[in-house]
Ligand binder design. Structure first.
Ligand SMILES: Nc1ncnc2c1ncn2[C@@H]1O[C@H](COP(=O)(O)OP(=O)(O)OP(=O)(O)O)[C@@H](O)[C@H]1O
Ligand SMILES: [Mg+2]
Length: 249
């Protein structure tokens, strides 16, 4: 089971969009996928029009069984949703011992998936430390703008610090350039710089595509909403890259 967090301390870089569409593409390839929304914004549930009766808050704070928090969205795709109560969970957890590994302990019984994808909030919070200490891979979506390298550098540094502090071994295994527009000089230059710095970890860029932006308003992923769009093609290709790395992972 690959345990992956989609993380970038920077906001609005397509973490949630990538979690949803990558999960859907993997599920279409017969992979069993669980998405965990670890963001109090609760965007995963909103984008897919699902809300669990029990959420990740109940898992972290109320000792709920993880399987009671899981909602099945489609064949091969399950979700644990979040809502604003998750911000309260963070405060409660802050007063506990071993607060950084709550998620890891609560998810111990969950093993019957090929992929667990965690959509992380845009911060360096206790929730994100929990995600990093549960997962063993980090995928970093990064907008192809001039702040990209700075965000990537910060993420690499955070991960090194967490590994050292908690004797953990999570690695950045994919850097996913997003919001790419080949007509923009800034995007083209940034993509080159990302490739220079992160080489084989860098996936195909996800192009800027209005269909990707529209899909959540219909409660759909890109494949249900516009399966022939450039956005669908890019996420399909990303899923191929991710699956090709299975053996290595
Ligand atoms: N390839 C794309 N083309 C066009 N719009 C996109 C694309 N990818 C993401 N978006 C849009 O960009 C916005 C931010 O995306 P998203 O919510 O996935 O980012 P995020 O990193 O999860 O944000 P946050 O940090 O707030 O959690 C959304 O409106 C989304 O629809
Ligand atoms: Mg998000």
């Amino acid at each position: 089971m690959r345990k992956i967090c989609l993380i970038n301390q920077k906001g609005g870089v397509a973490k949630t969009t990538t979690t949803i569409n990558l999960a859907s593409a993997l599920a279409a390839n017969e992979k069993r996928v669980l998405i965990i929304d670890l963001d109090p914004q609760g965007n995963i549930g909103t984008c897919l029009c699902v809300q669990g009766e029990k959420t990740v808050y109940d898992l972290l704070v109320n000792d709920a069984d993880p399987y009671d928090c899981i909602v099945t969205v489609s064949e091969n795709l399950d979700i644990i949703t979040a809502d604003s109560s998750l911000a309260k969970a963070e405060l409660i957890m802050a007063g506990q011992t071993s607060r950084e590994t709550v998620l890891r302990r609560k998810l111990e019984p969950v093993f019957n998936y090929d992929y667990v994808l965690i959509d992380c909030p845009p911060s360096l919070s206790l929730l994100n430390v929990n995600a990093l200490l549960y997962a063993n891979e980090a995928f970093v979506p990064v907008a192809t703008d001039f702040l990209a390298l700075d965000a990537l550098k910060k993420m690499s540094q955070t991960i090194s610090e967490i590994n050292e502090l908690f004797d953990h071994d999570i690695k950045i295994t994919q850097v996913i350039p997003t919001l790419y527009d080949k007509r923009s000089k800034a995007c083209v230059t940034t993509l080159k710089e990302i490739k220079r710095g992160y080489d084989e970890l860098v996936t195909n860029p996800i192009r800027m595509n209005s269909k990707i932006r529209e899909a959540p308003s219909q409660g759909k992923d890109i494949f249900e909403y516009a399966k022939r769009s450039p956005g669908a093609m890019d996420y399909k290709k990303l899923a191929q890259t991710v699956m090709e790395a299975e053996e290595y992972a």
